[in-house]
Ligand binder design. Structure first.
Ligand code: BF8
Length: 632
């Protein structure tokens, strides 16, 4: 099977040929079966919000129906659909965060859920103004902080606590424009209300409400998810790992953890380390147990433990097609419903674990924080006992893997920057000043957050890698998360050696600070780490982040979470470039609002550009214009 959007991927062709030989169906077969995708849906002008419809209005003015039965026009329909994507994306990240906070609330010194970064616990407690944060008994403090975090989801008054991390100038924009997010559940609920039949019909109002909801993701759910995961499982530090399907080991019991929530995968790793489990694996003829990660669960696990990365979103099927996967264990989000059926072509067991994401077709082992380690032990045992069922004739693991560096939390980046602090200038340790110094001096021209998924509307990984390679060549440092980070890992961009692909300025920075030019900052909820470091930089220079030469980029995005992310990044004052056009073009006024007019009140806007090279040209223009405006 050949497919032009897979040309860039060295593994895809062989892997899909094997799938065909094995009689396995993949996303590419299903994509072909879709034939031409719906033009109305793509333009965002199909409305299914009430049962008088579905109504579809013409994406081309003057041709066909201009209003739905209720009278909603194209801009209203597009705005409502878009707002609902923001609500769904926000709910996914934030509900994940709520589970992390629940785990902290269950934590105790004997574990398995326990405080592993006590300094961060005390730091966040102090930031949230808990009395005696530095002296309170650890678990009393952890439980008090967890309760406060749970209130961020449903408190009746006030805005998100982490908003104070932004410089005053940005906080003033949020207050003035009424986009400072309140309780997370409130934002999602009121947005669903606003988009109900017969409510909001003003596209600008819907855009603003969608943005406020998305802000409750970035500065609420996602930031809580990141910080509380660090408290529970440790703040990531720089470490080595490896990536791509070659990390699957023919001689080991292979278990793939896939999804997003580290509460489960942390327990799977613990259970697999149990010597009795390792002995059991050996008794079945394996050399041991090999945990590999997929999607953002993979990112969470590699950031904190160096767990090997099997791949990104579109490789979830390919990992099973190797024929060497004893179990795929999933929690929530980005899991193809096709996996259990595909697993049946091989000996692979597909284990879904979350009542929120029960996937029929194989086995459901309900996971809860109260019984987490026991649930994980049951799953690992199931995988180990499945090893003898492997069919050697079906095993074919691509001989391709790439060394990579991971683990660049904000704290770890600052530690690296400390190494180059100029003591003669009496600069302080523990700040981002060395980073802003090189940006202001022009040694590097700016910084880009490259994030998001894979999408067959783009050549796989090609858009990610082209954007990153072009940017570092032009002295723009990149920070990456999600499936973009895994694309970078596979392409060798997360290595110290990648400095040789950089312009002179960035190369020198990489050498002196001892970092790769593309830094893995974690999973998609960890885009909150990117927000945090950008705001530290803005604060350090005393400016609104909107003035800095920084951009957000999602070259191959596909999920509703990515829509919420793009919205909160723009809401945070950062221009955001999308390589896949969102379903809004059928609403011309709404599109103009997103791509131009919102700049006037938020200080940032969206750019839609499918061609990665043209996108980078536009980004460089954007950054250089910001530099001129700053006088640097
Ligand atoms: O949250 S980048 S495909 S795995 S949605 Fe999903 Fe997209 Fe990957 Fe992580 Ni993010």
């Amino acid at each position: 099977m050949s497919n032009e959007v897979l040309n860039y991927d060295k593994i895809a062709e062989a892997s899909l040929a094997k799938a065909q030989r094995d009689g396995a169906e993949t996303m590419w077969d299903r994509r072909a079966a879709q034939k031409t995708q719906c033009g109305f849906g793509e333009a965002g002008v199909c409305c299914r919000i009430c049962s008088m419809g579905p109504c579809r209005v013409s994406p081309v003015p003057g041709k066909g129906a201009e209003r739905g039965i209720c009278g909603a026009n194209a801009d209203t329909i597009v705005a409502r659909n878009f707002a609902r994507m923001c609500a769904a994306g926000t709910s996914a990240h934030s509900d994940h965060a709520r589970d992390i906070v629940h785990a902290l609330h269950h934590s105790k010194a004997e574990g398995p859920y326990k405080v592993r970064d006590e300094a961060k616990l005390r730091r966040i407690a102090a930031e949230w103004e808990i009395a005696d944060a530095d002296t309170k008994e650890t678990y009393a403090l952890a439980h008090e902080l967890a309760l406060m975090a749970l209130e961020e989801f449903g408190k009746p008054f006030g805005t998100q606590r982490f908003l104070k991390r932004a410089p005053k100038a940005r906080q003033e924009v949020w207050a003035r424009e009424n986009i400072a997010p309140r309780a997370i559940d409130m934002e999602v609920t009121t947005l669903m209300h606003s988009t109900h039949m017969g409510c909001a019909a003003d596209y600008e109002s819907l855009f603003r409400r969608g943005m406020r909801t998305s802000m409750s993701d970035g500065w609420g759910g996602s930031m809580i998810g990141t910080e509380f995961s660090d408290i529970l499982y440790g703040t990531p530090t720089a470490r080595a790992s490896s990536s791509n399907l070659g990390v699957i080991d023919a001689e080991m019991v292979n278990i793939m953890v896939h999804g997003h929530d580290p509460n489960l995968s942390e327990m799977v790793v613990l259970a697999a380390q149990n010597p009795e489990m390792v002995e059991l694996a050996k008794s079945k003829g394996a050399k041991g147990i090999n945990i590999v990660g997929m999607c953002c669960t993979g990112n969470e696990m590699t950031m904190r433990h160096g767990i090997k990365i099997a791949g990104n979103f579109y490789q979830q099927e390919m990992a099973i097609i190797t024929g060497a996967m004893e179990a795929v264990v999933v929690d929530v989000q980005c899991i193809f419903p096709a996996l259990p059926e595909l697993a049946k072509t091989y000996h692979t067991r597909f284990v879904s674990t979350s009542p929120k994401a029960k996937i029929a077709g194989d086995i459901f082992i309900e996971f809860s924080e109260a019984t987490g380690l026991d649930n994980a032990a049951e799953i690992v045992k199931l995988a180990v006992e499945n090893f003898p069922n492997r069919d050697a004739s079906k095993v074919e693991i691509p001989d391709i893997k790439q060394d990579t560096m991971v683990g660049y939390s904000v704290e770890t980046i600052i530690e690296h920057l400390d190494a180059v602090v100029n003591s003669q200038l009496e600069d302080e340790l523990g700040t981002v000043k060395p980073l802003t110094d090189v940006i202001y001096a022009g040694v590097i021209r700016g910084a880009a957050g490259v994030v998001g998924c894979n999408n067959p509307k783009q050549q796989h990984d090609y858009a990610h890698i082209t954007v990153m390679e072009e940017l570092i060549k032009r002295d723009v440092i990149c920070v990456v998360t999600g499936c973009a980070a895994q694309a970078a890992a596979k392409a060798g961009l997360l290595t110290l050696e990648a400095k040789d692909k950089c312009g002179r300025g960035l190369k020198e920075v990489c050498e002196r600070v001892n970092i790769p030019p593309v830094l893995h900052m974690g999973s998609c909820v960890d885009i909150s780490r990117i927000l945090h470091i950008v705001n530290l930089c803005a604060d350090q220079r005393g400016v609104d982040p909107a003035l800095l030469p920084v951009v957000g980029i999602a070259p191959e995005w596909m999920s509703e979470k990515a829509v919420a992310i793009a919205n909160y990044v723009v809401g945070s004052g950062i221009n955001t470039y999308l390589g896949v056009i969102p379903p809004v073009l059928g609403g011309p006024n709404f599109t103009k609002l997103m791509t131009e007019d919102c700049h006037e009140f938020i200080g940032a806007h969206f750019v839609f550009e499918k061609d990665p090279i043209v996108m980078v040209d536009k980004i460089m223009e954007d950054m250089e214009a910001k530099r001129v405006a700053l006088g640097i």
